[in-house]
Design a protein around this ligand. Structure first.
Ligand code: ADP
Ligand code: MG
Length: 690
């Protein structure tokens, strides 16, 4: 691992989408969000507050208004992060915001419109263009995975059976940190292939959902790309750097109402936003900096993003807003959330020569296959593949011809005995067979070798860069402009802070009048600041009260349900049965669920076999039949059928007293019927037993 351990805060940018058709009747004036692109500030107007109340201002690393272009957001705020991933850092971009504010638009956009392609397609393009333009001593391996978290279950979107499969588990290793066990990972050799992977995942997401909008607003989608790069170092050995990129489209941040919901629906509502509220708690704990414990383990999402928040990754958060006044509260919550995230400090570092680099495995396997091929007679030096293959074919042909000729010679040889001839011909036939087998094995080996080798991308070789010089120049210029805009904004923000500081320093005045003026100005400024802070305190208080009330209501609902369950257990389940069940229950913290231990111990899990029938014995004869025999009826027609275990058949496992009564009534009725039958049919008596 690298020694570079500098700290870096999470970059937070805010984007506001245009008013949509439904919101337009209110006119542009209906918008409550204003943006200062130069300073990176968002100014939020409270539609319910009196005009005298100061507006709320938040400052971010960058802000993008309704007219912003996808490309600008990418070049200014995402490109540096992807460059870092290509250099071996871990990186995360996540879109956070209320449903309908443009998270998916920002992350994916409109694929077929080059102007509207979002962060993900632009990142794909960026990665493969970088590989096509890098030097030929670099080898790359690109892999992609796609998953979603829905109701705290991880689903693999690239697994064709993901709909029926159980949710995947999270595991932790000291080398890679937290990872998803058994997650499908596809090696992508080109832009087209990785786009195909994304398409397959998107379709899988849509197929599972009855209402895609509803589903996407309640689930988190994570697209993961791993870029491994091997390059010879100054020591002459090949060094591998691994960059992991998480592209995350979060569930809608709006509050899921839990009140008035019961049973399974309540559990579902509680689970849907569990990851998101856990994310909020993690951000708060990290931003606060004082609390030692960061609750990463509270949800799947926070565990997966552990590296990205306060860890070794570089992170960009895109908070999306809608301009409509209707959603003022949600917009304010998003801005506060984003503002808090700015304070999170990460310690990004390069992943150098990690033990689990797949590229290393691939290189070893390729070297092994190459050695095997070299071992064969026709294999010459490296790099002459086509020629070598041709030679191999010729060699085979020649060998075949030679054997054919030898066979001919044996056939024509008059001096040999027929038997001898047959034996020699058989031998030659066997040699031919061996030769063919050898050829097949060689072909298979070559195919395997080629398939393995094609997975590795060689800098500037496997992918052809079709952009011409002019386009390249244009790209460079655009990147320079983005760089400048970024720098300018940073300077403006610094100047703003310095302005305030210098105001405090200017303490020398030439006249009393001047001093009064300056101090009045300062007072006014401080007064406005005080008002802002007071309003902020009130807001935070209100929000706190609201969420407390909601929590109390949820608690009441849960207590009510618990009481109902207790009532049922106490009155309808015999205490010994209850104890048996209680003894079998264990809590699985990994899955956050209670589980029933199996009744049969694992080592004796086989079903007990029925005893082998006692051959030769007669089937047991009932008392009634015996009596019938004693009274002299012909025994040939006497059949006794035992109705065995009726109780077991009719009564379910959970002993229910109502059901018990009904079952006994039923059995009694059967017994009565049988009595009548048996008296009327002494030769065909039926007996009940339970
Ligand atoms: P979310 O994923 O946050 O629920 P979407 O990305 O689906 O929201 O966006 C909702 C609608 O708003 C879509 O029709 C989308 O095309 C549109 N939209 C979002 N952001 C923008 C934007 N910056 N410019 C133009 N249209 C946008
Ligand atoms: Mg969406």
């Amino acid at each position: 691992m690298s020694k570079n351990k500098s700290r870096e805060s999470v970059k937070v940018v805010v984007r506001c989408r245009p008013l949509n058709r439904k919101e337009e009747p209110n006119g542009p004036a209906g918008g409550i969000v204003q943006m200062d692109l130069r300073l990176g500030q968002v100014i939020l107007r409270n539609p319910r507050a009196p005009p005298s109340e100061p507006q709320k201002t938040f400052t971010f690393d960058a802000v993008y208004d309704a007219n912003s272009k996808q490309r600008d957001l990418y070049d200014e705020s995402v490109r540096p992060l992807i460059d870092s991933v290509l250099a071996g850092f871990n990186g995360t971009i996540f879109a956070y915001g209320q449903t309908g504010t443009g998270k998916t638009y920002t992350m994916q956009g409109v694929w077929l419109d080059p102007e509207k392609r979002g962060v993900i397609p632009n990142a794909f393009d960026h990665i493969f263009t970088h590989i096509s333009r890098s030097q030929s001593d670099k080898q790359y391996l690109v892999r992609a995975s796609y998953l979603e978290i829905y109701r705290e279950e991880i689903r693999d979107l690239l697994d064709p059976n993901h709909g029926s499969a159980r949710g995947l588990e999270l595991r932790e290793s000291p080398e890679t940190g937290v990872y998803v066990q058994d997650l499908t990972s596809c090696v992508c050799k080109s832009l087209k292939e990785i786009e195909e992977v994304m398409n397959v995942g998107n379709q899988a997401r849509a197929v599972g959902a009855t209402d895609m909008n509803e589903h996407s607003s309640r689930s988190h989608a994570l697209f993961l790309i791993t870029v491994e790069c091997s390059q010879p170092g100054p020591d002459g050995r090949k060094h591998i750097r691994v960059g992991r990129l998480n592209l995350v489209d979060l569930a809608g941040s709006e509050r899921q109402t839990k009140t008035g919901v019961q049973g399974d629906r309540l559990k579902e509502a509680a689970k849907i936003n569990l990851s998101l509220s856990a994310l909020g708690n993690v951000i708060s704990a990290l931003a606060d900096g004082r609390s030692g414990h960061v609750p990463y383990r509270d949800s799947k999402l926070t565990r997966l993003l552990q590296d990205s928040l306060g860890g070794n990754a570089k992170t960009v958060m895109v908070a999306t807003l809608g301009p409509a006044s209707l959603h003022y509260d949600e917009t304010l919550t998003t801005l506060r959330y984003a503002n808090r995230a700015k304070n999170i400090q990460n310690q990004p570092r390069v992943n150098e020569d990690p033990k689990d680099a797949l590229l290393r495995e691939f290189q070893k396997e390729i070297a092994r296959l190459r050695a095997q091929l070299n071992h064969r007679r026709w294999r010459k030096t490296e790099g002459e593949e086509e020629e070598v293959e041709k030679e191999a074919e010729e060699y085979m042909k020649m060998e075949e011809q030679r054997l054919e000729k030898e066979k001919e010679a044996i056939r024509e040889d008059q001096s040999m005995l027929a038997e001898e001839k047959q034996r020699l011909l058989g031998e030659k036939e066997k040699m031919m067979g061996d030769l063919r087998k050898q050829q097949e094995a060689a072909e298979q080996l070559t195919a395997k070798y080629k398939a393995m080798e094609s997975k590795l991308l060689v800098g500037g070789k496997n992918i052809i860069d079709h952009t011409n010089e002019q386009q390249k120049m244009l790209e460079i210029k655009r990147q320079e402009i983005a760089e400048q805009t970024r720098g300018e904004r940073e300077m403006q923000q610094q100047m703003l802070v310095q302005d305030e500081e210098t105001l405090e320093l200017k303490e020398t005045f030439t006249s009393l009048q001047q001093e009064v003026e300056a101090k009045t100005k300062k007072l006014k400024k401080l007064y406005t600041k005080l008002q802002c802070i007071k309003a902020e305190i009130k807001d935070v208080n209100d929000e706190h009260v609201r969420s407390r009330q909601e929590l109390e209501q949820t608690q009441n609902e849960l207590t009510r349900e618990l009481k109902l369950k207790y009532l049922i257990i106490e009155n309808f389940i015999p205490p010994e049965e209850k104890n048996k069940i209680m003894n079998r229950l264990t809590f699985d913290p990994e899955e956050d669920q209670w589980k029933l231990k199996s009744l049969v111990p694992a080592e004796r899990s086989e079903m007990k076999k029925r005893p082998v029938s006692a051959v030769g014995y007669k089937r047991p004869i009932s008392q009634h039949a015996r009596a019938a025999i004693a009274t002299g009826h012909h025994s040939r027609y006497r059949v006794s059928v035992w109705v065995i275990g009726l109780v077991n058949l009719f009564i379910p496992r959970v002993w229910n007293t109502c059901f018990q009564k009904a079952a006994f009534k039923y059995l009694h009725a059967i017994k009565e019927l049988l009595k009548v039958w048996n008296t009327e049919n002494p030769f065909f008596s039926i007996h009940s037993y339970y």
